[in-house]
Design a protein around this ligand. Structure first.
Ligand code: ATP
Length: 296
């Protein structure tokens, strides 16, 4: 039996550079895992037939069958390594769902890491990430964690130094956002996806400043293209952001396709006060910090 942390991710930078003929989008993103996490416990017993059992606590609405990405990860791992057996997965959910925090992808990545540890047949990190990409665009990053420049449809990962030590608040209020819907809104707004967009230098600036430990200078290079479409429909995004600023955040931005928002604070007391204020408004809110990559 093995228990893995499945950390949420935030995007310090997220741009969409092109749309492929198959409808997939090319992105450039700086992703960072944060300490808000689900706990994923996996047990594997090789045998002649495959059975996968999944139980979950912390979120009653989550599917516990083959619609769950963690379930699909176990199935994909066994198929790829040509094994059969009984896999038991227990998910303790803390990451809000459909929030732009990659909760499902992180659970799937944790199952892959756990099975690779437990199984007699192992995959290399590259093979594990290639398998992860078949499950979802964010899964390869979630296998590795820490800080990374992510491009392509999510499969190209270049590790960068993690975000310097920071006091973060991650909060989510209101209805979840479907990632395909958010991409659809961008498609409607920008026909420039027909043409590949020129690269900008903010991701490289972020990587350099994080390497130098300079979080405050890096903040002006943070960017999320989805902020141009999601908050107009999901009004709670701006409500959460303005609450963060009112409580002393030095910076706040939506993560991924939303509606979750993160804020950077200089003092723990301010971060805790922001969490209290956000919870009183009905948001789910956590004080957290950036994490280093997993030991895979
Ligand atoms: P992303 O940014 O990668 O799209 P997200 O954080 O916006 O992810 P998730 O929390 O991964 O969204 O959930 C998206 C949908 O995936 C949910 O509506 C849920 O039905 C489904 N899902 C499948 N497996 C899981 C899982 N293990 N945890 C959460 N959601 C899951």
């Amino acid at each position: 039996m093995r228990t893995e942390r499945a950390n949420a991710k935030i995007n310090a930078y997220l741009n969409v550079t092109a749309r492929r003929e198959n409808g997939y989008h090319d992105i450039v993103s700086i992703m960072q895992t944060v300490s808000v996490c689900d706990l994923v416990t996996v047990d594997f017993l090789p045998s002649l037939h495959t059975s996968i059992f999944l139980s979950a606590s912390g979120n009653a609405s989550m599917p516990t069958d083959c619609r769950n990405l963690a379930w699909r990860a176990a199935e994909a791992f066994l198929r790829r390594t040509e094994q059969s057996g009984t896999v038991r997965i227990c998910l303790e959910k803390h990451i809000p769902m459909a929030a732009g925090l990659a909760g499902g992808s992180s659970d799937a990545a944790a199952v892959l890491r756990a099975l690779n540890h437990l199984s007699p047949k192992k995959l290399s990190l590259d093979e594990l990430c290639t398998l992860g990409a078949t499950l979802g665009a964010d899964v390869p990053f979630c296998i590795i964690g820490g800080g990374a420049r992510v491009s392509g449809i999510g499969e190209k990962i270049e590790e960068i130094p993690s975000m310097p030590r920071a006091i973060l608040v991650v909060a989510c209020k209101g209805e979840g956002v479907s990632t395909p819907w958010a991409y659809g809104e961008l498609d409607r707004k920008y026909d420039f996806f027909q043409e590949r967009q020129p690269a900008d230098d903010r991701p490289e600036n972020l990587a350099t400043l994080w390497k130098n430990g300079d979080l405050s200078a890096s903040v002006k290079h943070f960017y999320n293209l989805f902020e141009q479409v999601v908050p107009t429909v999901q009004k709670d995004v701006d409500v959460v952001k303005s609450t963060m600023y009112r409580q002393g955040a030095v910076f706040s931005m939506m993560s991924g396709s939303g509606p979750s928002v993160f804020g950077i604070f200089e003092a723990m007391e301010e971060a805790e006060r922001a969490c209290t204020a956000l919870r009183e408004m009905g948001a789910v809110a956590f004080v957290c910090h950036p994490c280093e990559k997993y030991l895979v």
